[in-house]
Write a protein that binds this ligand. Structure first.
Ligand SMILES: [Zn+2]
Length: 264
């Protein structure tokens, strides 16, 4: 599943490629992923001029000159490919641009392509929390997010309404780098640890962005990312650099990989 670094990378690539182009047409094979009736959706999107492309967390935003937007989420995973021809594999949608290039959408399971008119709300993205790379958020702002909060720290971090963009791949090494146990409750966390966590998230994301995202995801040119090294993520049974065996445990609905010595 793509997380902040992959979506950020895709947004930058799209911003480079499609700004200034207009949309000639859009072909939708899976109507469930759009938020208007098919013909209306197609009419709303066609002829729109692209002004810029941005992202928030795991969502991509294509901003049109009109002020309208196209909001895209890859859900459990998938790819967006910028090419001359649509993929031969099954895909759910294709946007054709004025330069004869196209963007194909292939969701592994389910994704969203939502059209939002200028100044209209869009609950799924309006409720998103801070994007650690794009939002102005200093250490104090970050620490304040946890004010009066209880419950599992990991659940809090994965909730997109708090922080947008952290998912089940990067979370493990973020907690490892901050030397925080994945089972800890927010109210049991020493305040200074939140500052360490802030640095750890930024460091992990900036490193992954500089390597164009995770090795198992592809960019718009179908090129995989180069971020490969994990410290504990998906390495259960292997040895941490401290010499302890990395464990995998169930934490709520998800699994956690961690080192019981480094992350007491
Ligand atoms: Zn260790």
């Amino acid at each position: 599943m793509p997380e902040l670094p992959e979506i950020y990378n895709i947004s930058k690539q799209l911003d480079h490629e499609i700004v200034g182009l207009s949309i000639e047409s859009i072909l939708i094979h899976q109507e469930k992923c759009i938020n208007y009736p098919l013909v209306e959706f197609s009419n709303l999107v066609s002829s729109q001029m692209i002004q810029r492309v941005s992202s928030i967390g795991k969502w991509l935003k294509i901003h049109f000159e009109s002020g309208d937007k196209l909001l895209i989420n890859l859900g459990m995973g998938g790819d967006l490919l910028y090419a001359l021809q649509p993929p031969t594999k099954k895909h759910q949608a294709v946007i054709y641009f004025s330069n004869k290039m196209l963007l194909s959408f292939r969701f592994w399971w389910f994704g969203y392509i939502h059209f939002v008119k200028k100044n209209e709300p869009h609950t799924m993205t309006d409720e998103l929390g801070i994007d650690m790379i794009r939002t102005e958020c200093n250490k104090n702002d970050f620490v304040q997010l946890f004010d009066g909060k209880k419950g599992s720290l990991k659940t809090f971090l994965l909730n997109q309404k708090n922080i947008a963009g952290i998912g089940n791949y990067y979370i493990h090494d973020i907690l490892y780098d901050a030397k925080i146990n994945p089972t800890i409750k927010i109210n049991n966390l020493k305040p200074e640890k939140l500052g360490v966590l802030y640095d750890s998230i930024l460091n992990e994301f900036n490193t992954a962005i500089s390597l164009r995202g995770a090795h198992y995801e592809v960019d718009i040119y179908n090129k995989p990312g180069e971020f490969k090294v994990s410290k504990v993520a998906y390495r259960d049974g292997q040895i941490c650099q401290c010499g302890t065996t990395i464990l995998k445990i169930k934490t709520g609905a998800t699994s956690s990989y961690f080192c019981p010595t480094c992350q007491k």
